[in-house]
Design a protein around this ligand. Structure first.
Ligand SMILES: [Zn+2]
Ligand SMILES: [Zn+2]
Length: 675
């Protein structure tokens, strides 16, 4: 056995240490202050306790502010929460407490000391627990680890009345140690790792909510209370997180969708949208905009909704995607499955547009001269999702993809990817999204196509990514090794919204698989059959979800060109109604969607009501305005009033209501005329 351990430090230097040297020893050998700040070490990327001996490899000393420390802070906080709960309510059983996105939870079983009946936690308990956690953190007891024989662990937890922990001990595989982590006298069964002491958790944490949770997620088991918490390295980060949460709640598109009367869902149609007039107007505005952006480059097509199962077998979906598919038969065949006279064919609702587009490409012989062929479809697709996963417009079972497939030659692949990129970035910009991340996902372990094919595609896409990066400062790029689709590498486009949340929307995927499965080919210069490269691309992704993102991004204050009702003309007195009608008609003639409000109500009442439904502009007309042929303009979310002449108002509102792509064309035309 080797008597020394060789460690490579982040600066590349290599040093030897005696066997048995711990992470803390290594930190101390660098500096006392580093050892004090250290919370753990990573050996070859795996985080371990400071007290554990180090082994050969690369070492990184982790301090509280390292991103890797965040998980430790959260995990340690979960332990401290469990100690706090047991200190406050002795006899409460602790079960499991993992780290989750943004925080942690722990599941507890509390029984009332008098009645011995279930006593679930309530939100009122949370401040008490938080206060106790702060006490425990202030005690700053070290985390220490012991490995116990299995029987001892069983007995200790059984004596404490911790039946769930006994079950957990029993579930640990025989070849694994039973590890116990102490923080002072309190201890918990845990795989670790942990930081050096409870004081390192800090105070940037908050308990968020309670929820019922079955033991081991099984509804046949006991109901426990799950307490959720969030924890961060600094108070600023916690504040920022809580701010985003509060903003997200205010902006929730499900709430705004109700207030703005855009759409609804109901029990008979889980995950499928009932668009109301106003919501559908927004949907149509988005579709019309996308159509204009495709004009001249793409051919819009439309492939069937219901196709024979055999086609989905050929495409591979029936095999690897069936959990997400709806199958269809005639109702008669469902009711009479034994009726041999009846048509018993099985069809599927399309979950994707790609196989349909391959059929259109294959119809008729294609020459290399016709490539690239770019087929676009606003394709309604249905995907089966568990009902628990559905979430407003963001996660549905039926949605419209702004989908397209480019069939091209290998040589055209790079130019096509760049062309798609330009379109995606330009569309996002028109909606105000300028902070974009593009990630290239490369070959996964399970894949089709030869290595040579993957080498070529990845090389082309890496070049494309570098070109994109060099063209813009706002674009962040990255590589996700092994995350590609099984049929080819892909780009994923993620945009950042007004409150810093990231949404993955667009994709560009190179596909070696589908053209081959369907035997699609074109005739090359030498009159030989060649398999085309197929590029799948989506910009909004799901139009329903993209609208949900827009609603949340703008908090319902939609830019005038997207707003379902652009202007309400409201009168102050009935004397002005005739003039109000004239104003509304003039605005409509200028292309705007206008409603009128001539009710016998106070003007402020009217303005408040239209603010709830998020109408961006209210044009107020009173007696004075009628006499002067002027209007008084109020903007959503502002107290300011702007007076201007009617003709000025029409010109300025019509300009603002013009979609950005049309405005660009108008301006270009004007510039040409001026030149
Ligand atoms: Zn733990
Ligand atoms: Zn596709």
């Amino acid at each position: 056995m080797s008597q020394s351990v060789s460690l490579t430090f982040p600066d590349g230097s290599v040093r030897a240490f005696d066997a048995g040297t711990t992470g803390r020893d290594v930190a101390e050998s660098i500096s006392k202050s580093l050892a004090k700040k250290a919370v753990a070490v990573a050996i070859n990327g795996t985080v371990q306790d400071l007290a554990d001996p180090v082994t050969d490899g690369s070492i990184a000393i982790i301090t509280r502010t390292d991103p890797q420390a965040l998980e430790l802070i959260r995990h340690d906080a979960a332990h401290v929460m469990a100690e706090a709960v047991q200190e406050l309510w002795p006899g409460t059983q602790v079960t499991i407490g993992p780290v989750i996105e943004n925080g942690f939870y722990y599941d507890f079983k509390r029984v009332h000391p008098d009645t011995r009946e279930d006593w679930p936690f309530t939100p009122d308990d949370l401040p008490k627990i938080e206060a106790k956690m702060k006490e425990i953190i202030a005690r700053n007891k070290p985390f220490t680890k012991e490995v116990w024989p299995r029987d001892r662990a069983r007995n200790v937890f059984a004596d404490k009345g911790e039946g769930y922990k006994v079950e957990l001990v029993d579930a640990i595989p025989e070849d694994q140690d039973v590890k116990i982590y102490f923080q002072g006298d309190w201890f918990d069964l845990c795989r670790g790792p942990h930081m050096a002491s409870t004081g390192q958790i800090g105070t940037a944490f908050k308990l968020m909510k309670v929820a019922g949770a079955y033991w081991r997620g099984d509804s046949n088991n006991a109901m426990l209370t799950r307490i959720y918490g969030t924890a961060w390295a600094s108070q600023e980060e916690l504040d920022q997180y809580l701010h985003v949460l509060a903003e997200a709640e205010k902006r929730d598109h499900r709430k705004l969708g109700r207030e703005m009367d855009l759409y609804h869902f109901q029990e008979e149609g889980p995950g499928v949208v009932f668009w109301h007039g106003k919501g559908w107007r927004m949907f149509q505005t988005l579709t019309a905009y996308m159509r204009r952006r495709l004009a001249g480059t793409y051919e819009e097509v439309n492939a069937p909704q219901v196709l024979d199962k055999s086609l989905w077998e050929t495409s591979g979906h029936w095999g690897w995607y069936n959990e997400n598919m709806f199958a269809v038969k005639s109702a008669h065949a469902f009711i009479h499955p034994d009726d041999e006279e009846a048509d018993q064919r099985v069809f599927a609702l399309k979950p994707m547009n790609c196989p349909g587009h391959v059929q259109i490409f294959k119809h008729g012989l294609k020459s290399y001269r016709e490539l690239p062929i770019r087929l676009a479809e606003f394709g309604l697709v249905h995907r089966y999702e568990a009902s628990g996963a559905l979430h407003g417009l963001m996660r549905v079972r039926g949605f419209t993809q702004d989908d397209a497939h480019v069939f091209c030659t290998d040589e055209q692949m790079a130019a096509e990817c760049l062309r798609i990129n330009d379109l995606i970035l330009s569309v996002y910009k028109d909606f105000g999204f300028e902070e974009i991340t593009i990630k290239l996902s490369t070959r996964p372990d399970k894949r089709v196509g030869s290595d040579a094919l993957w080498d070529r595609a990845e090389a082309v896409m890496t070049d494309v990514l570098n070109t994109i990066q060099s063209q813009s400062n706002n674009i962040r790029t990255g590589i996700l090794p092994g995350e590609g689709a099984f049929y080819g590498p892909k780009f994923e486009y993620t945009l950042k919204d007004a409150i810093g949340r990231e949404w993955q929307c667009g994709t560009t995927q190179v596909d070696f698989n589908l053209p081959e499965r369907f035997g699609a080919f074109y005739i090359d210069q030498n009159s030989e059959k060649q398999q085309p490269v197929m590029i799948h691309r989506a910009i909004c992704g799901s139009m329903e979800r993209f609208l949900g993102i827009l609603i949340e991004n703008f908090a319902g204050h939609m830019p005038l060109w997207i707003a379902p009702t652009q202007v309400v003309v409201a009168t102050i007195t009935s004397d002005a109604d005739d003039y109000g009608r004239e104003v509304a008609e003039a605005l409509r003639e200028a292309g705007m969607v206008v409603e009128t409000d001539f009710r016998n109500e106070k003007i402020n009442y009217k303005i408040r009501e239209h603010s709830v439904t998020k109408v961006p502009v209210i044009v107020v007309c009173g007696k004075k305005e009628a006499e002067e042929r002027s209007v008084n303009i109020r903007r959503l979310g502002s107290q300011a009033q702007t007076s201007m002449s009617l003709s000025e108002a029409i010109a300025s509102l019509a300009h603002e209501a013009t979609p950005p792509d049309i405005l660009r064309k108008l301006e270009a035309k004007q510039a040409r005329a001026a030149a």
